[in-house]
Every structure is written in structure tokens, then in C-alpha cells.
Ligand binder design. Structure first.
Ligand code: PXP
Length: 239
């Protein structure tokens, strides 16, 4: 079965709207785990717009599944990620002015910085994935660097409609197949929801999906546990 890692960033977005304590992303994450989430994902951004440093520490000690920490290649963020002892690390591009992570890492361009940090995370027992667009050039660069996992960016697929959506799905299918041929393990995420997730979960070789916004939004109407269970069921759809 494809694993579901639930991203709790936007629970923290709501909390930060009033700079208070509610809603508590830790409690929300624990409820997601009770409903069957296989891991909890957060993105500690340099501008700290949602997840705060203390959330990372608390999630690492209180989550019973595993913590997947998304971080940029910025030296301050890498140092914090190393210190966090998160079991999984996803290296992502980050631009201060973006609303959300736009596009994947340019692995060829960032080759030196990625090569420097991969062994540091491996030495701490963290499994690293590189968040990339499903492009052969990026996949080949990731394989050359010896990254264990890639996370395929599903944003273009999620934003496309009609024939464009089909084309984007085929790019993901081809990207996953190419990754497997190169010896890479494959995750995916971004913009996935109840309507577009099943097709991605069915891609051969897919191991894990990282889904946040749509589950957090849905939980406002039906509760955290029901929203996570609903997504898990969606990922099991065969047709
Ligand atoms: N994967 C990565 C690497 C991301 O940066 C994000 C967004 O933080 C997601 C998955 C989850 O995207 P969404 O919140 O749209 O489900």
C-alpha cells in the first residue's frame, strides 16, 4: 500500500493568524496518526510563516510514526534539520515571496550543496528525498548524487485540466518508471486532493504521498480523523 504522510503546515498557518496556541498542530498531527497516517510532514520555512522551531522538536518527540521535515538548502535551515533528528528529510527549493513551493529543485544547479548535505543526513540516519519535477534531467542528476528517494512534484498535474491533466499524469508515470530504472525510490506530492490523488497512488513504484492542504481544509468540515481516513480510502481506489 502507498503510505500517506500528512503535512500539518496549514494547521500552523491558522494558529499563526493570531500568533496564539490554537489550533495546535501537534494535537492535530496525533489525531491524523490515530486515523492511520503513516507519517507527519512539516516544512520549516526560513520566514517561519507557519511551522515554528518548537513545533519540529515537539513533533519529533511526540509523533509515534515518523517525522518528515521539508527544508531548503539554506545553511541555517540545514543546520536546524540536522539537529532535529527527523527520520526523513525532503530537500525543497524555497523562495521567500512564493505562496507555496513552486517547482522542484534544480538538482544539477544545486549539485554541490546537495552533495555536501546528503552524507551529513545519512550519518544521522535520516532518509533524504529530493523534491523535483518529473524530468529525466533532474532524475538523472539525483541518481548521480546517490539520493535514495525523489519526491515528484505533482503541482503541474494538480493544476492542469482535461487533456493537459492526462499529459501531466503521463509525465509522472514516465518519471516514476525512469526513477526506478535509475535505482531511485519514488514519492510524490503537492496539490493532491480527493479528486486527483487516486491516479497518482496507482502509479507503479509509488511509495508515499505527502498531502497537506486538502486534508487540513476538509478536516474543518468533517474532523481530522475522518478527513485522513477519507484520503486513505481514496488512495486505495483501484479505478
Ligand atoms: N510535498 C512537498 C515537498 C511540499 O513542499 C508540499 C507543500 O508544503 C507538499 C508535498 C504538500 O502540498 P499540499 O499542501 O498542496 O498537499
Amino acid at each position: 500500500m502507498v503510505r500517506l504522510h500528512v503535512n500539518v503546515d496549514h494547521v500552523a498557518t491558522l494558529r499563526q493568524a493570531r500568533l496564539g496556541h490554537d489550533p495546535d498542530p501537534i494535537q492535530w498531527a496525533l489525531a491524523a496518526e490515530r486515523a492511520g497516517a503513516h507519517g507527519i510532514t512539516v516544512h520549516l520555512r526560513k520566514d517561519r510563516r507557519h511551522i515554528q522551531d518548537r513545533d519540529v522538536g515537539e513533533l519529533r518527540t511526540r509523533c509515534g510514526t515518523l517525522l518528515n521535515l521539508e527544508c531548503s538548502l539554506d545553511s541555517e535551515m540545514v543546520a536546524l534539520a540536522l539537529k532535529s533528528n527527523a527520520q526523513a528529510i525532503c530537500l525543497v527549493p524555497e523562495r521567500r515571496e512564493e505562496v507555496t513551493t513552486e517547482g522542484g529543485l534544480d538538482v544539477a544547479l544545486e549539485r554541490e550543496r546537495i552533495a555536501r548535505v546528503l552524507p551529513e543526513f545519512a550519518a544521522r540516519g535520516a532518509v533524504v528525498s529530493l523534491f523535483i519535477d518529473p524530468e529525466p534531467r533532474q532524475l538523472e542528476a539525483a541518481a548521480r548524487l546517490g539520493a535514495p528517494f525523489v519526491e515528484l512534484h505533482t503541482g503541474s498535474y494538480a493544476n492542469a485540466a482535461g487533456a493537459g491533466r492526462e499529459r501531466e499524469l503521463l509525465r509522472l508515470v514516465a518519471g516514476a518508471a525512469h526513477a526506478k530504472r535509475l535505482g531511485l525510490r519514488v514519492n510524490a506530492g503537492h496539490g493532491l486532493n480527493l479528486e486527483n490523488t487516486a491516479a497518482v497512488a496507482r502509479i507503479t513504484g509509488m511509495e508515499e504521498l505527502n498531502i497537506g492542504y486538502s486534508i487540513v481544509a476538509r478536516s474543518l468540515f468533517i474532523g481530522v480523523e475522518a478527513a485522513v481516513r477519507e484520503m486513505l480510502q481514496c488512495m486505495e481506489q483501484r479505478t
